[in-house]
Design a protein around this ligand. Structure first.
Ligand code: ADP
Ligand code: MG
Ligand code: ZN
Length: 474
């Protein structure tokens, strides 16, 4: 029985996070009234002249820096000519021969490297809404002229899982770097899947189909699995795959032919004469590189290797840049990664549960103060949680709240240490006796500390500290 290898390449579109559109100064926002954000340029009026949004070019370069692309010193915007009602000018301004970013790669968890072919800048089209035969179709050009990057990969994928991991990595990096929001449900990130089969081990690629505009991770996975099955069945029956564009219907769980590539038009790309070539200096690139945050993948590595956290913690802590930055700020205040991680993962995330965009209701220094009190045995964990509630309500400092409310029932490490040092300075003979025969004297010293603290010290902690302080100082 002939077996087949699956070959997949991706084209990913992401809307850039700019205030204005890419070739005019209309607002770039989601959810405005139909055609509110339009002008002669983005509605394609004859003679209207485009300008180019520097910020969009910069975000495209930053996307390239996320994925190790080389940034071209010279890039050109070109016209891709085709007619469709959502594209008022009858051409899309895109890039062909000289894209802004070339090459690049993303390494998956398995170690497999997925190569990028390029990342280029282009504009989005408007949005059509088909109402009915009688009423017809409505056009909203608000989205027309929204800056997009298109990330094109090499055909390096062979499973839906690899594609899924890759897309999540792309989204995560773009969101962290403030390049794009990648809200798939709003069409902020879309993926086309090119897929073909070839006889196992063969080095020539088979004929591919392209599935357009998949806009959720789940539908990408389902669409890939469906298409692998469909092509396999055709080939096993001795049929041949037609190069075509297929549309995925998520509700029906299947795809159907949209148009055949064999009669697809020639786009007649040529450099847009209204837009000068884009010159990108090394200094520009270095300036943008200096603005890049440490990416989540790198942070996870540091959390596991340097801070000794479990992979699970690292994944949750880097699930947003906000959480990750918060965690790292805490570490600069109190260097106890695992404890801080536990409090954030269990207790703080509970406080903001269900909120999509949140800010933890307690500042890093206050959280650390509470954790430290618990670790020093000054209070127990439940009291710590009560204090956090109180900090949120009153804005007071945790230590003050603890004192005010008389919550510190147990004397902490620092204070016991002080008592023991004083004891040592004043009772040289007892210390000598302790060093000669610890078990005979330790009870006496513990008793002394208990008396001094009014019985509020934890005897086990006292013993621990006696050993640490006296034994090690011979
Ligand atoms: P086009 O512009 O016609 O869509 P490209 O050559 O730019 O064609 O390829 C688009 C995408 O298709 C890329 O992601 C590429 O990796 C992928 N691709 C090309 N050939 C194949 C193939 N035989 N099987 C699967 N994917 C392919
Ligand atoms: Mg294509
Ligand atoms: Zn406009």
């Amino acid at each position: 029985m002939q077996e087949y290898d699956v070959v997949i390449g991706l084209e990913i579109h992401a809307e850039l996070k700019t205030k204005t559109k890419v070739f005019c100064s209309c607002k770039n926002e989601f959810g405005a009234k139909p055609n509110e954000n339009t002008c002669p340029v983005c509605t394609g009026m004859p003679g209207a002249l485009p300008i180019i949004n520097k910020k969009a070019v910069e975000l495209c370069i930053k996307a390239g820096l996320c994925f190790d692309c080389s940034i071209s010193p010279y890039a050109v915007m070109e016209r891709k000519n085709y007619f469709y009602p959502d594209l008022a000018k009858a051409y899309q301004i895109s890039q062909m021969v000289y894209p802004i970013c070339v090459g690049g790669k993303i390494q998956l968890r398995s170690g497999k490297v997925m190569r990028l072919n390029r990342i280029h800048l282009e504009e989005d089209a408007g949005k059509l809404t088909h109402i009915s035969r009688a009423i017809g179709t409505l056009i909203d050009y608000n989205r027309g002229g929204t800056p997009l990057i298109e990330i094109v990969t090499e055909p390096d994928f062979s499973t839906a899982e690899e594609v899924d991991e890759f897309l999540k990595r792309v989204r995560e990096s773009l969101v962290y770097s403030n390049i794009a929001d990648c809200k798939m449900e709003e069409g902020g990130m879309r993926c086309d899947v090119n897929l073909s089969l070839k006889p196992q081990g063969s080095s020539t690629l088979g004929t591919r189909t392209e599935m357009k505009n998949l806009n959720s991770f789940k539908s990408v996975t389902r669409a890939i699995e469906y298409e692998i099955k469909r092509q396999t069945e055709i080939l096993k029956e001795g049929g041949r795959i037609i190069q075509e564009t297929r549309k995925w219907d998520d509700a029906k769980g299947k795809n159907m032919s949209l148009r055949s590539k064999e009669d697809s038009q020639d786009y007649r790309y040529f450099p847009d004469p209204d837009i000068l070539p884009i010159l990108i200096s090394k200094d520009d690139v270095e300036r943008l590189r200096s603005q890049m945050p440490v990416l989540p993948q790198k942070r996870r590595e540091i959390y596991v290797e340097k801070y000794g956290l479990p992979e699970y913690d690292a994944i949750i802590l880097t699930s947003s840049k906000y959480i990750s930055d918060y965690f790292e700020k805490c570490l600069t205040i109190y260097n106890n990664p695992k404890k801080i991680s536990n409090w954030i993962m269990v207790d703080l995330l509970k406080l903001v549960k269900g909120q999509e965009e949140f800010v933890f209701p307690i500042r890093e220094e206050d959280l650390c103060e509470v954790i430290k009190m618990v670790e020093d045995h000054l209070i127990n964990k439940n009291v710590g949680l009560d204090i956090i509630d109180e900090v949120i309500k009153t804005g007071h400092k945790p230590k003050d709240i603890a004192k005010e409310k008389n919550l510190i029932v147990i004397i902490g490490e620092e204070e016991i240490t002080q008592i023991l040092i004083q004891f040592k300075n004043e009772n040289g003979k007892v210390i000598q006796d302790y060093l000669n025969e610890p078990s005979r004297v330790i009870g006496f010293i513990v008793g002394h500390v208990m008396k001094k603290t009014g019985g509020k010290a934890n005897p086990n902690l006292v013993k621990e500290l006696i050993e640490k302080l006296y034994k090690n100082r011979q």
